[in-house]
Design a protein around this ligand. Structure first.
Ligand code: NDP
Length: 332
């Protein structure tokens, strides 16, 4: 059984007298900084001088450039995008990092694939919320908390675990539970969800949409039936609340009989072979190396694929459905 830490396992006094700097004030940075401050900890922000600086100052934080902020902190939380992190780390974090500091990552990616190699003199910690940034703040304010994956990658001070659990409590995560994990496993799980599960789920959904539109059903009806009504999202929440099998009782007997008897038609499709290939690509480091090379080349393939996706017919089908039902389009 993996270890799961709760509030009673963590003590905020492990961070007594320690200055925390949150580097980056975006999705995770803002929410974690606000939660840590509300937990009574000493928090400031390090960021480049543009959009997020104004926001952090308006929220009442002391804001500095990244290098001086890191130099004045015992705990450094790196909350900038993973793809820019190695460069920012090398240029602005590593030269200022104090001996005995704790370096905290919200994703195992850069450590797992060797893009960042911290010195032996610092604690290296994983505190990876299983929650999007705004949810990190909302659940804290509501008093619920959210789960995280946590781990000690390097213990230079002998206090690494105590510091990690105190930070996890400070952001509100030990309220819900923090599961112990290595950086490599956190990165693999995260990437597998994006590269194994996500595309497979997307392909099944798109096959269903195309099947029904080709059979003559209007796009508005098909999209509303399959996901745009919100019923799918609602049912997914019931998976969480009651369990995948038990939630079937929320559906009619006709629905249950039909899906159980017809389910066998799809049972022999071997998703696992391709999913194992996706996992192998990730664990071998091939994906990380490819993505790094792509970025170094100026991301030509990435940019081309982003342009191409604008031409997919789903965009027009969704536009028609939104117009028909008067649904507003929310910005991501
Ligand atoms: P964001 O994209 O929201 O980070 C934005 C912040 O990074 C802003 O303060 C921005 O500054 C700053 N930034 C962007 N580029 C640079 C740069 N080149 N140099 C310095 N600062 C820069 O990141 P997230 O919060 O999404 O992700 C942060 C970490 O959290 C990552 O490790 C991610 O994997 C992890 N994570 C994210 C989750 C999520 O829900 N998003 C969930 C769990 C973990 P400015 O605005 O001034 O340009």
């Amino acid at each position: 059984m993996p270890r799961v830490y709760h509030d009673g396992d963590a003590d905020l006094s492990a961070l007594a007298g320690e200055r925390i700097v949150v580097v980056g004030y975006g999705n995770q940075g803002r929410s974690q900084a606000l939660n840590l401050r509300d937990s009574g900890l000493d928090v400031s922000v390090g960021t480049i001088a543009d959009a997020s600086r104004t926001q952090a100052e308006n929220d009442g934080f002391k804001v500095r450039e990244i290098a001086p902020a890191v130099g004045a902190a015992e705990v450094v939380m790196l909350l900038i995008p993973d793809e820019v992190m190695p460069e920012v780390y090398a240029r602005e974090v590593a030269p200022s990092l104090r001996s005995g500091a704790a370096l905290v990552f919200a994703s195992g990616y850069n450590i797992a694939f060797g893009h960042i190699q911290p010195p032996p003199s610092v604690d290296v910690l994983l505190l990876a919320p299983r929650m999007i940034g705004p949810g990190v703040r909302d659940t804290f304010v509501r008093g619920d908390g959210f789960p995280s994956f946590v781990g000690v990658h390097q213990d230079a001070t002998g206090r690494a675990r105590a510091r990690l659990l105190a930070l996890a409590k400070g952001i509100g995560s030990t309220r819900a539970g923090c599961l112990e994990m290595s950086m490599a496993d956190e990165a693999a799980l995260d990437l597998f969800t994006e590269q194994g599960f996500g595309p497979a789920f997307g392909a099944v959904l798109m096959s269903a949409i195309e099947t029904m539109i080709e059979a003559g059903f209007p796009a508005e009806a098909v999209l509303m039936e399959l996901y745009m009504s919100g019923e799918l999202a609602y049912a997914a929440q019931r998976f969480v609340d009651t369990g995948i099998v038990a939630q079937m009782d929320f559906h009619s007997h006709t629905s249950q009989y039909g899906s159980m008897t017809r389910g066998v038609r799809f049972a022999d499709i071997d998703f696992k072979q391709r999913m194992r290939a996706a996992l192998d690509d990730i664990r071998s480091g091939r994906f990380a190396a490819e993505w790094q090379a792509e970025q170094r080349a100026g991301s030509p393939r990435f940019n081309q694929l982003r342009q191409l996706r604008e031409f997919h017919p789903i965009n027009e089908w969704e536009r028609q459905t939104r117009a028909a039902f008067g649904l507003r389009t929310q910005k991501p």
